[in-house]
Write a protein that binds this ligand. Sequence first.
Ligand SMILES: CC(=O)N[C@H]1[C@@H](OP(=O)(O)OP(=O)(O)OC[C@H]2O[C@@H](n3ccc(=O)[nH]c3=O)[C@H](O)[C@@H]2O)O[C@H](CO)[C@@H](O)[C@@H]1O
Ligand SMILES: C=C(OP(=O)(O)O)C(=O)O
Length: 424
Amino acid sequence: MDKLLIRGGRRLNGEVTVSGAKNAALPELCAALLTAEPVTLTNVPRLQDVNTTLQLLRNMGARAERSEQQPDLVQIDASQVTSPEAPYDLVKTMRASILVLGPLLARFGEATVSLPGGCAIGSRPVDQHIKGLQAMGAEIVVEHGYIIAKAKRLKGARITTDMVTVTGTENLLMAATLAEGETVLENAAQEPEIPDLAEMLIAMGAKIEGHGTGKIRIQGVERLHGLPGPVGHRIIPDRIEAGTFLCAVAATGGDVVLRHACAAHLDAVIEKLREAGATIEAGDDWIRVRADRRPRAVSFRTSEYPAFPTDMQAQFMALNCIADGAAKVTETIFENRFMHVNELLRLGARIEVDGNTAVVRGVERLSGATVMATDLRASASLVIAGLVAEGETVVDRIYHLDRGYDRMEVKLRGLGADIERVTL
Ligand SMILES: CC(=O)N[C@H]1[C@@H](OP(=O)(O)OP(=O)(O)OC[C@H]2O[C@@H](n3ccc(=O)[nH]c3=O)[C@H](O)[C@@H]2O)O[C@H](CO)[C@@H](O)[C@@H]1O
Ligand SMILES: C=C(OP(=O)(O)O)C(=O)O
């Protein structure tokens, strides 16, 4: 099992390129199931979750390959899908596998998808996905751990989800593109990955309006076509990877330019980093961050986009650990997303958790130790803490990190960090 070995105390300087967004790549790979023609995606990040999705598509009989000459390019040909199924063994490693449900049901009239299990950050049910598809006329039973769905042809419907759900919106959006008539999704998620998915679907012939707002209107069409060519659909930059690097520099000090980054997707995080004392400038596809003194502690509360993302909570908490002052961090999206706290305590942080609120009192210095990654963003927060801690930090169980970060240690080393992957 791989570990990261970090010797802390170095400032970060230089340039780093941000990869394509994991949370756009996963639904967009699944969207290729909506057509019998080949689909090309570019700027596809090199992540374990992408590998798992490619495996899931191949398991159904689709062709899904990453180009050897151009590793950010993936081609999918779902003309020969023989079994519209997502088995437990693949779904258990990645919750986003649920994203095949809408496309399979819409194109093949049937789907059998393993229920994703509960996961470390919360119970994460998929009842809203099921309820929405039922409103579109699907017959769905859940038995033996599988969602078994059938529909001759889905019918457009007006759907208001009980809460804002990102993958729920994506599943229903994809399903609605091939449904008969109009679907209106109320209370839709507005995360940037949703308009990116909608733009891809529109390029495939779908009729969608209102994406990027809380109300999406879809007119179903008979069929969608492929996206051939050397570019196909280009995936937006990963705002969470970019935000993670911004927090790392704000914590260690330094001067770094992020290439292929979109500042407009990070407004809430950038505002908080400025409050913490970092200097941030941005252009069309770059962000520069400079930090030259101890950060100030900054309170924040996670919420749906465009507010502060839950996927940045752990990384910003690591910054608060060494900041001047105390900060209150409130998590409103997932009920159990403070598992990094116990590990940060092992590095000398002072944090008290009460329900969904953590009070972080900044300390002058953290001290390196062996810590264990518990989920994807928790891993990133431990890496940031390790970069500022005195001495050596070992981050164990980094398969969580590899799910969602594209060669993070290589990118950090390029900025001057003393970090290496140890394979035992
Ligand atoms: C692959 C992907 O894009 N993952 C992101 C997506 O996850 P994901 O789409 O799973 O998260 P949701 O937006 O669905 O979850 C929001 C809240 O709604 C609840 N809920 C959701 C659906 C449902 O049917 N029933 C229900 O109760 C969840 O338990 C959670 O408390 O959005 C999250 C919130 O921004 C991010 O942290 C994840 O990185
Ligand atoms: C929680 C996350 O991802 P997923 O929904 O894929 O588990 C994340 O990206 O932080």
